[in-house]
Design a protein around this ligand. Structure first.
Ligand SMILES: Cc1cc2nc3c(=O)[nH]c(=O)nc-3n(C[C@H](O)[C@H](O)[C@H](O)COP(=O)(O)O)c2cc1C
Length: 370
């Protein structure tokens, strides 16, 4: 198993990575009410580093107080106290040869924190709020963002990245996926704007391009700035672009022009081959990789190592992100490499709540500890 391509080291971002595994971002709503990272979170994140993951991407972290927060007990990088609270986590992770990126997130119309939500257009989201994140019932109709709202949002992401840098993170991932604010801008059905933030792909991508440029101007050159994108949405799992591969290529061209340091392609169903393969059999990850030449992280059901082998050997991706399997067992990498038994994911680990303490409770109750 040690010879599997996922366990081979790599030089990426001019750094030597111990292997090609990445922890996918997973919201765990276990911060304090005012967005401070806790000791429990330090234990959670440092376990992935001890367990052999090369890169750890944190849960979505909110970036401003004007509407970015998605959940109660979501961590933040808005102010100095919040930034300082992450230092113990980056420091603990750096005891091992792993990198840690902060995922910067704005919930937009899918925020479950407040009824006063913001979005590119005043369109009620389909679907219902997520109960395991404290949500209930339908989403409200969001306020259409004016240019002041957009400016504040951009500044929030830039400020969040500066606070991440100060906290000792190796980089940030801008959350442009899964139906949250930046994906709402990207999605024609959710963005009916007639100004320069709506219409063409170039316009719909503009806010992301401005955020990437703003962050790059504010942090040192070796601070890694990535972007996560997806076709599907958490509230609309089977959403597909009507123009399929044409949209993928247009998106890839915009990404290339904005020059992030990596692209992370997410899926909703956990089935990478179903969710991200476009109609001609090409994957979204490979379209982006070919068009941009950037490192690409692929995600979705890759605890299945046969799939991971295809993704790496057939040039779909550079690195592989693992979500639920890592959540269930943070030592997944070392255990899998050494063919030791792992704790398997069980849906009750996230139900009725997605908190860290609840998962630990279920692992004990089900006698899954090895
Ligand atoms: C509990 C949980 C929380 C998640 N939170 C986030 C998040 O904060 N940001 C994000 O981009 N994706 C989030 N995701 C999606 C995962 O990053 C990943 O895309 C998904 O779990 C599929 O990968 P897997 O098949 O390896 O689990 C979350 C997934 C889970 C299971």
């Amino acid at each position: 198993m040690k010879h599997h391509p996922i366990f081979q080291n790599a030089i990426t971002w001019r750094r030597e990575l111990i292997n090609r595994t990445v922890v996918a971002p997973m919201s765990r709503v276990s911060a304090t009410a005012d967005g401070l990272a806790t000791d429990e979170m330090m234990d959670y994140y440092s376990a992935f580093a001890i367990g052999g993951f090369a890169v750890i991407i944190t849960e979505g972290i909110y970036t401003d107080v004007y509407g970015s927060q998605s959940y109660n007990n979501q961590p933040a990088l808005v102010n100095n106290a919040q930034s300082t609270s992450w230092e113990k986590i980056t420091c603990a992770v750096h005891q091992s040869p792993s990198l840690i990126f902060a995922q910067l997130m704005h919930g937009g119309a899918l925020s479950q924190y407040s009824e006063d939500t913001l979005a590119p257009s005043a369109l009620k989201p389909v679907g219902v709020k997520m109960a395991s994140y404290g949500g209930e019932g339908a989403f409200p109709i969001p306020k259409e963002m004016d240019l002041t709202d957009i400016e504040r949002t951009k500044q929030g992401f830039i400020n969040g990245a500066i606070n991440a840098y100060k906290a000792g993170f190796d980089g940030v991932e801008i959350h442009g996926a899964n139906g949250y604010l930046l994906d709402q801008f990207l999605t024609p059905e959710l963005n009916h704007r007639i100004d320069h933030y709506g219409g063409t792909m170039h316009n719909r991508f503009r806010v992301i391009a401005e955020i990437i440029a703003g962050i790059k101007a504010a942090v040192p050159e070796d601070f890694i700035v990535g972007l996560r994108v997806s076709e599907g949405k958490v509230n609309d799992l089977t959403y597909r672009w009507t123009q399929g591969i044409e949209t993928a290529k247009e998106l890839a061209d915009e990404i290339k022009a904005s020059q992030p340091d990596f692209v992370h392609v997410a899926v909703q169903t956990g089935e990478w081959e179903r969710d991200s393969f476009l109609e001609d059999g090409t994957s979204l990850a490979s379209v982006i990789r070919q068009a941009t030449g950037l490192p690409v992280i692929a995600n979705g059901g890759f605890h299945n190592l046969d799939k991971a082998q295809v993704a790496l050997q057939d040039n779909h991706a550079t690195l592989i992100a693992i979500g639920k399997a890592a959540l269930a067992d943070p030592y997944w990498v070392v255990k899998t490499m050494n063919e030791l038994p792992i704790i398997p994911f069980h849906r009750d680990m996230l139900w009725p709540e997605a908190t860290l303490s609840h998962t630990q409770k279920i692992i004990k109750e089900l006698g899954l500890e090895k």
